[in-house]
Design a binder for this molecule. Structure first.
Ligand SMILES: Cc1cc2nc3c(=O)[nH]c(=O)nc-3n(C[C@H](O)[C@H](O)[C@H](O)COP(=O)(O)OP(=O)(O)OC[C@H]3O[C@@H](n4cnc5c(N)ncnc54)[C@H](O)[C@@H]3O)c2cc1C
Length: 485
């Protein structure tokens, strides 16, 4: 499975020429090296940069690196041309959602009502229809395997490789109530059983790509074990994890274990590394851990876990995110500024993406999922991979993950050639993260997406302009962009 996903190096002289001006590789006095990315080609903020020096790492060979990272986080550097691929209904839905999101107060009221009167909204015919057509169809894959498969095929026709599939249904956390120990154990067993059933269907629907797995979704019993920082899960959840991994392995699906609240993360890390050791052997790479790079500790944790993989000869799967719990996790654990988070993210991506260059003899194979809507981070990895190919090296095994219904302009730009930057079409594997389940099961997910859109709307104004321009072009109100592919 792994061998087939490895790409052969294809040197490209023109890219080498272009990239030699873009990145600079130099040996440092400590035997490591320093890398400076020139961001100027990706955005207009080259003058606002932050620089961090990553302290000499434990033993991963990543001794010293300086990366200049811009303070801003542009959603995309795409132009209207890439949106030409998007179906018209999707274009309309994007604009509808972006426009509603530009009235944050109205949206807050609407979301409040949706959360409070969920049953009414998902049963009253008119509201149900609007919810389904405008929002569910935009963010969700469907409720059955045939519907999910149709969504996957539609995404593949747009140029995406596949999906990161997530099951929307959340276990009822109140079910355990005040029950005695025996009753609690019974509820725990039932909840883990429900979670496993949903997880196995997710693996089936993922169609050989990725399944997103949230441990805390398996109910209160599992949440308690995570909060207690248990070294290993109990027998019930342990068996469920084994079944999940065996099913994923049999179907060629990769499991992305979500990063969650800081209070649960130590146990998630431990359980996930144990699964990696068991299922990422030889040519297999089934399990990926997630690293929230906004946490001050994450650079070190990542280096240590990579080192463990190297010491014990198993393959290392890493999904890199910035982190979603800024509002709820202890603030002191998180980098003080967005700029520091950006730098930590890009440094981690570069460290993983160059592992095979630093450790050519290592048995550990590193695979990365760059889960981000940040165009700078995505383009830095694209540049690194093009540069590696230009140098006749195997490019880092990195793929990209963005939410379905969001950041389409970035996702589509990654699937498109960009001659000015020396990027060829097909050099990026982009996966869309998509949730499946009935409308009722997906409501909470839809609310979260709407809240995210509302919070991001300030930075999304430029993107909205792109969608308007493409709509006008499609209806003959505007000339096609000259660069249209
Ligand atoms: C496919 C996919 C899977 C994901 N899985 C997970 C997961 O398992 N666990 C998880 O926690 N999140 C997950 N996320 C969400 C992710 O962590 C981010 O919240 C989200 O993607 C926004 O970050 P960004 O890199 O896309 O973009 P950006 O807009 O560049 O970054 C926004 C992020 O920067 C950070 N940030 C913002 N302000 C500050 C500040 N003042 N100081 C420090 N940091 C700051 C926050 O993390 C914020 O979310 C996932 C996202 C995607 C696309």
């Amino acid at each position: 499975m792994l061998a087939s996903s490895l790409r052969t190096a294809r040197p490209r002289t023109s890219a080498a020429h272009l990239l030699s001006r873009r990145s600079l590789l130099a040996t440092t006095s400590r035997g490591g090296y320093a890398v400076q990315f020139q961001h100027a080609r990706f955005h207009n903020h080259a003058s606002s940069q932050s620089t961090i020096e990553v302290k000499p790492g434990a033993t991963t060979g990543y001794t010293s690196q300086t990366i200049n990272t811009p303070r801003s986080s542009p959603r995309s550097t795409a132009d209207t041309a890439v949106l030409a691929k998007l179906p018209t209904p999707s274009l309309f839905r994007n604009l509808l959602i972006q426009n509603i999101s530009s009235y944050p107060r109205l949206l807050t009221v609407l979301l409040g009502m949706l959360k409070r009167y969920t049953t009414f909204f998902i049963t009253a015919p008119v509201f149900k229809h609007v919810l389904h057509q405008a929002f569910y169809a935009h963010y969700c894959a469907g409720a059955t395997i045939p519907e999910i498969t149709r969504t996957v095929r539609g995404l593949q026709q747009l140029g995406y490789k596949g999906v990161i599939l997530n099951y929307a249904k959340e276990v009822d956390m109140h079910a355990a109530g005040q029950a005695n120990e025996a009753e609690r154990q019974k509820v725990h067993e039932e909840q883990v059983g429900q979670w496993l059933e949903g997880t196995l269907k997710t693996i089936e629907g993922a169609d050989g790509a990725f399944a997103a797995i949230k441990f805390s979704g398996a109910g209160l019993g599992v949440v308690h074990m995570l909060e207690e920082n248990r070294e290993v899960p109990d027998e019930i959840f342990g068996k469920a994890l084994t079944k999940m991994c065996e099913a994923a392995k049999a179907r060629g699906v990769k499991l992305l274990i979500d990063a969650e609240h800081a209070s649960q993360q130590k146990a998630i890390d431990k359980w996930t590394m144990d699964l990696m050791e068991k299922y990422n052997k030889g040519s297999d790479l089934v399990v990926y851990n997630t690293y929230q790079m906004y946490l001050k500790a994450s650079s070190q944790v990542l280096a240590e876990q990579l080192q463990l993989a190297e010491n014990r000869n198993f393959n290392f799967g890493a999904k890199l995110v910035r982190g979603a719990y800024l509002g709820s996790d202890p603030r002191h654990l998180i980098h003080d500024t967005k700029s520091e988070t950006d730098t930590a993210y890009d440094t981690a991506a570069h460290m993983l993406g160059t592992y095979h260059e630093r450790k050519p003899g290592s048995q550990t194979h590193v695979a990365i999922v760059l889960a981000t809507h940040n165009a700078n981070s995505a383009n830095l990895m694209r540049t690194l991979r093009a540069e590696q190919q230009a140098r006749g090296l195997r490019p880092a095994e990195a793929v990209y993950g963005q939410l379905m219904g969001m950041a389409d302009e970035l996702s589509l730009s990654l699937t498109t050639a960009d001659e000015k930057r020396g990027f060829r079409a097909g050099d990026c594997d982009v996966y869309k993260y998509v949730t499946w389940g009935t409308t009722a099961e997906c409501v909470l997910y839809l609310v979260r997406r709407a809240e995210e859109n509302r919070d991001a709307v300030g930075g999304a104004r430029g993107v909205r302009g792109l969608f308007w321009d493409e709509l006008k072009r499609r209806f003959g109100l505007k000339k096609a962009a000259s660069s249209a592919a």
